[in-house]
Ligand binder design. Structure first.
Ligand code: HEM
Length: 149
C-alpha cells in the first residue's frame, strides 16, 4: 500500500516539476518573475531551471524504484508502458547533460543545441503522457472494470 501511494506521489511530483521547468525559461525570458533580478543575466536567473532539471532526473529514479516494488498489473500494454518509462528516465538524464553543455555555449552552436534541448523536452512530454496512459491508476482501473487486468 505504501509503495502504491509513494509511487503515485513521486510520479505526479515528477510530472508537476516537468511542467514547471518547461514554463520557467519562457517566464524568465519575459522577466515577469524577477522583480529584483533585472540586472542579473538570463542564465543566472535560470538557476532554478537547472536545479529542477537535475531533481527531475533523480526523482524519476526514485519513482521507478518505489513503483517497481509495488503490485504489477497484467493488463495489456502495462509491460510496454514500463519500457516507455525506462526510456523517459534515460531521456531525462540526457536532457540534464544537454542542459549543462547549453549553459556554456554561445552563438550558433548554442542555438543548435537549444533546438535539441527543446526537441528532447517534447520527447520527454510524449513519453511521460504515454507512460501515464499505459501504467496510470485511472487506465488501470478502467481495464480492471473491463476485465482486462
Ligand atoms: C527535464 C529537464 C528539463 C527540461 C524539460 C528543460 C526544458 C527547457 C526548455 C523548454 C527550454 C526553452 C528552450 C527554447 O527556448 O527553445 C530550456 C532552456 C534552457 N535549459 Fe532546460 N530543461 C531541462 C533541464 C535543464 C538542465 C538540467 C539544464 C542545465 C543544467 C538546462 C539548461 C537550460 C538552458 C541554459 C536553457 C536556456 C537556453 C537559451 O535560452 O538559450 N535545462 N529548457
Amino acid at each position: 500500500m505504501i509503495a502504491l501511494v509513494l509511487g503515485e506521489a513521486t510520479g505526479w511530483l515528477v510530472a508537476a516539476l516537468v511542467a514547471a521547468n518547461i514554463s520557467l525559461p519562457y517566464l524568465l525570458r519575459r522577466r515577469r518573475l524577477a522583480p529584483h533580478g533585472w540586472s542579473l543575466p538570463y542564465l543566472e536567473r535560470m538557476r532554478p531551471h537547472y536545479w529542477i532539471g537535475v531533481t527531475i532526473a533523480g526523482l524519476s529514479l526514485v519513482h521507478a524504484g518505489v513503483a517497481m516494488s509495488g503490485p504489477m498489473s497484467r493488463s495489456p500494454g502495462y509491460g510496454a508502458g514500463l519500457w516507455v518509462a525506462t526510456g523517459a528516465m534515460l531521456v531525462a538524464g540526457g536532457q540534464v547533460m544537454i542542459g549543462m553543455r547549453l549553459r556554456s555555449l554561445r552563438g550558433s552552436e548554442r542555438l543548435r543545441l537549444r533546438k535539441t534541448h527543446y526537441r528532447v523536452m517534447a520527447m520527454l512530454v510524449v513519453l511521460g503522457l504515454l507512460h501515464v496512459a499505459l501504467n496510470g491508476a485511472l487506465p488501470q482501473s478502467i481495464s480492471r472494470i473491463g476485465g482486462l487486468a
